[in-house]
Design a protein around this ligand. Sequence first.
Ligand code: ADP
Ligand code: MG
Length: 589
Amino acid sequence: MTTRLLPALLFLLFLGVPFLPGVPSFWITLADYAGIASIVALGLVVLTGYGGMTSFGQATFMGCGAYVSALLTTGAGLSPWLSLPAALLASGAAALALGAVTLRLSGHYLALATIAWAVSLYYLAGNLDLLGRNDGLSGIPPLRIGGLLLTGSREYFVVVWVAVAVAVLLTLNLLDSRVGRAIRALRGGAAAAASFGVHLPRTRILAFTYAAVLAGLAGWLYAHMQRSVNPTPFGLNASIEYLLMAVVGGAGSVWGALLGATLVTVVNDQLQSLLPRLLGQQGNYETVVFGALLVLVLQTAPDGLWPRLRRLFPPARPRRVGANAAPLRARTLSSTPGLPVLSAAGLRKAFGGLVAVNDMGLHLDAREIVGLIGPNGAGKSTTFNLLTGVARPDAGQVHVLGRDVTGLRPPGVARLGIARSFQHVKLVPGMSVLENVALGAHLRGTAGPISALLRLDRAEEARLFAEARRQIARVGLKEHADKPGDSLALGQQRLVEIARALCLDPILLLLDEPAAGLRHAEKADLAALLRRLRRDGVTVLLVEHDMEFVMRLADRLVVMEFGAKLAEGDPAAIRANPAVVEAYLGAAA
Ligand code: ADP
Ligand code: MG
């Protein structure tokens, strides 16, 4: 409890600062602007820093909130407090509408699209009579609490920074949740997240809408502080500045947004008064100097300033969530030995002229360990991708438990109980081993964004993390659970991927070169684990180059060459097969 009491106390003291005698109101006004900008930048942490989507449209959403509140309070005479939900709803709805049509784009195209609608809406606002054209709307009422009118920058400071605190708490809650892990995976681990059931388009829209609602809140605060609105503060330039704030402070953290917003607001203002005194009145030097400062910051601290500052503090203590939580419900699926789990026939996949997989067939029965072997480039990983929906077959069918699942996308495949690891390890950068593994249990939780924001998801989270810890212990990485995933050796990262796959509670496990990079003893442990899984009813298909390892472990081997099946049989038969010896084993020996 004390861990929360201290920040709360400090925050209360902070709210009192403007009321100390001698604090110049100029600085308080600046702090008000910094707070409003912080809220916009917070949205960008979620959207850009974690979600990997660049938006040049945040000021537009801010304008959306500001104009809606201005219209409702001046035209309809609504109280500003009542127009707040309308402002938030409007910016959220605008984001849903714009996101639905533009979020299909990615990378630079998405950024360009946001520029396009930011510019169009700017000119639209400047030409609509309803919105007062370029003059905007004025006579917006101030906020009032009882008989107290919040017209001074001191009183407004309290409102703004309480709003910042609420936004920070909500954002921290969101990022530390089942949905938050999905959002955080968007930038560097989207493929992996999809393979564990994360619906990527929905997750993108969610991050986009959340950021827009925060911008709408900032717009509402701005409108009732300024008491008038016009298009200029909501144009493209403003959006660029918000993006700069997030980048300078560090878009990878909530505190970076606050730092960046405050710093950019203050520096901008100081340059405007300082430079004319130094360099004379003619010319706008502040843009040049500001740009130079920005380049300097990004050269010395590419991840923003916050990570630098963070190093001065002691590292965060590992989370204790989930120590004695009830176990998650397990799949109640009978896996009678011999029951066909997966069968694929006639699979074909071409990349341009290269036929990577050609008329490939495969069947797996329950409680079998099957090794898929063959020379490099034979099409093993592509076959995995066809089975898991990562790639769509040009021809052929896949059946799981007798059901045709050809063409299903990765989340659909995951829902069937098929979990996988990747040949090129795909852990989410910046996430701990524990969180990475918990991502594997995505489909075993149900908490959505609202319960995440309001912290109603703690019981479920505890169960998800307890499961993640159990699976981490199962692959022998117990002591590493709280380390960053990417700090582990590559072989261990593969084990993390296996733990993550186990978190799905799979009936079928597809492992692409799980033993690569493991030491001899670790390989023996892995083999023992896979045998235990088989006993517990899991079917395993693994690609492996270590022949000794796979021959001892597998019940059956399938050999691929040039995209097609060359041979199939038990290890002894494969070892004696002249075609296999010539194509693969001979070369390996
Ligand atoms: P394996 O896993 O057996 O080593 P892969 O399935 O990774 O083989 O690759 C089979 C062939 O398909 C290789 O020649 C590889 O270069 C090619 N290939 C795989 N994925 C792609 C892709 N996304 N685009 C183009 N070529 C690919
Ligand atoms: Mg491969």
